[in-house]
Design a protein around this ligand. Sequence first.
Ligand code: BGC
Length: 456
Amino acid sequence: MTDLPILPSGFRFGASTASYQIEGAVDEDGRGPTIWDTFTHEPGRIRGGDTGDVAIDHYHRWEGDLDLLAELGIHDYRFSIAWSRILPQGTGAVEPRGLAFYDRLVDGLLARGIRPVPTLYHWDLPQALEDRGGWLSRDTAEALGDYVGVVVDRLGDRVRDWITLNEMSVQTLYGYALTDHAPGRGLGFGALPVAHHQLLAHGHAVARLRAAGAERVGVAQQHFPVVPASGAMEDLVAAGTFAAITNWLFADPLLAGRYPEELRPLIPVDDAQLAEDLALISAPLDFYGVNYYEPMLVEAPREGADYAGAAEVDLPEGLPFALLPYPSEERTDFGWAIAPDQLTAILRELRERYPNLPPVVITEGGASFHDGPGADGAVHDARRIAYLDAHLRAVADAVAAGVDVRGYYTWSAFDNFEWAAGNDERFGLVYVDYATQERIRKDSFAWYRDVIAAQP
Ligand code: BGC
């Protein structure tokens, strides 16, 4: 393909991964168990009974994996640090072998000319902390701050870019309100304290990173553009409520120092404490990470309608909104709608909603297509190329409309353990054969490399 998407000069191309999804080696070098180790070993939680016990064995194969990233030519590599490798019990004793692993990884990236962009928390809460209340406990927020202090002390001389937490909304909603993700608590609206405590943890993390002189600090947030199913008042209200829970509950405190009014009563602190907490939570960021996959179509529940299986997640009955399949001509093999125009739309919406929106980095974007090696041994994933092409152009459209977007990190560098969906969903530019751990560059790998090389 000669007509490659071109972004403004200085735009950063990257790829993302997360510790539990790639590392494996769950019992090695003193790593403590996490909520995902527990959850994946409970029968019926994960499609096919898969676990992250081995994943893509990155813990042992990291050097070869970094060589692939260097060949890809990415500027930035976003990976996550497993809290329980550093502090196996979440608090207390530090495990030097865990720190040493990330130390080697950072040096390996720098030696290959790639900028390390670690995420400090990508959902793998130490089980010991879950046993003490997990994210329902305010103490977990402080514990995260202390853990971040340990990490930045060790890596802060070489790492300049930091991401605090990944997708607080997804962990709150899927892990604590529903039961799809670890720890699978199913608390409904009782999960709201989790949102506040993760936001507070972010605030503590930012404070620690700033105190240690970090250069660029950001966060990675899932943003589902929410589209009302019709212009009828009840659908607009339903869509507004869903958007408040999935998007603004997290972005408003971070970027505007307030909670959406209708959700304030569910936040478990008094007004004085809240003001103090929000001051910490809304400390200025150097970039705002947006993870984008698909929009959500929302309507007010109709009498007698059966919504089971209609959308990606099944919601409990009795909520003031219902999810429908977003109408798109094409879907990924995971069943997700392909709607690049909605990426442009959510970026514009963020800019309009937040006058102080910092520069944006798309910290995740990508698609699961199941293509595997063909008779020629190669993986011809033309649909992923088309997907990435369209989404990079959607970013260029947002830039043209005045949104300051500075980078795009594709999810993911490698096929990996896709949470509740196990190993069947394949998001990588690199195919992984789970039986042999062989890595095979997909066609999209060469295409992404060419895109990066073609930039001004
Ligand atoms: C998460 C990733 C996940 C990806 C695809 C994001 O919600 O941050 O860990 O693999 O989406 O589902």
